[in-house]
Design a protein around this ligand. Structure first.
Ligand SMILES: [Zn+2]
Length: 277
């Protein structure tokens, strides 16, 4: 694990050791973490190190969206306010009854590449939620937490105008094809979110997966997803079949996905959303 200092007061683990990236903002009187990753010992170590180094306490954990690789470390922040969008909380409650039921969790830990990363895992839900937007102010530092949808309907980003950083969760997969096949994924909301990110005065973008980036990488993904959506819309209007549309869209050049099946499932989901309009 490498704790990377992005800029004064902003830190992240974005080397993949926690699966989903984990970020931390040091404010004048407190520390705020964003997403809790999927490696309990490493996230605990990150929190302890930062608190020791700064002499400040962690008070908030902000959750960008519902996926396990971003929330399984929540128990490390049990004593903090844990905040997500209402939609994310609803999905977490649903998952607790299905794929995160206690017997499923036991099985998941057993089958994990390194079971020690998830030993003792319990699902910890948000303690507070918001519909579309909330703000945290500490001295002269402001944190804006806003829901856009895209990767999931509850997907929300954290924007700090003071530190000129934006933490996007899985609306950004840098240098990788994104996972866009979640049930509530929406390519049009995703495009709108990326345009919003680019409109802000930001120096550093912290993705859900991949390295910390600048505007060029966001633009690269926006160009790709816009091309894919435009082509799908055009072919849908021409009455082409789903198979023809996926095949043609698949030819647009972009980074390969981490898991081979991700690309087709993502394109199918995007097609389904666009075709249902
Ligand atoms: Zn995700």
């Amino acid at each position: 694990m490498t704790i990377e200092k992005i800029v004064e007061n902003v830190y992240s683990i974005s080397d993949g050791s926690t699966r989903g990236n984990v970020a931390a903002y040091v404010l004048p009187n407190q520390i705020i973490f964003i997403d809790s990753g999927m490696n309990l010992p490493l996230v605990k170590e990150f929190r302890e190190k930062l608190e020791k180094e700064t002499g400040k306490k962690t008070t908030y954990l902000l959750i960008t969206h519902t996926h396990g690789d971003h929330i399984f470390g929540n128990q490390v922040f049990k004593d903090c306010k844990i905040i997500s969008s209402k939609h994310t909380e609803e999905r977490m409650i649903e998952s607790e009854k299905t794929n995160w039921a206690p017997d499923k969790i036991v099985e998941m830990i057993k089958n994990a590449e390194d079971p020690s990363t998830l030993e003792g895992l319990v699902i910890v839900l948000p303690t507070e939620t918001f519909d579309d937007r909330m703000e945290i102010t500490d001295g002269d530092v402001k944190i804006i937490f806003k829901r856009t949808g895209g990767h999931t309907e509850g997907s929300s980003y954290v924007y700090c105008p003071t530190y000129k950083t934006l933490t996007a969760g899985d609306n950004l997969f840098i240098d990788n094809f994104p996972w866009g096949g979640a049930p509530s994924a929406n390519p049009e909301k995703w495009i709108a979110a990326l345009e919003e990110y680019l409109s802000l005065d930001i120096d550093y973008y912290l993705p859900g997966h991949g390295p910390v980036s600048n505007k060029d990488k966001i633009q690269e993904f926006l160009t790709y997803i816009t091309k894919a959506v435009d082509l799908m819309r055009k072919m849908i209007a021409e009455g082409k079949t789903e198979e023809e549309i996926i095949k043609e869209t698949d030819k647009i050049d972009y980074h390969p996905p981490k898991r081979p099946q991700w690309k087709e499932l993502t394109l199918k989901k995007w097609y389904e959303v666009l075709a249902s309009k």
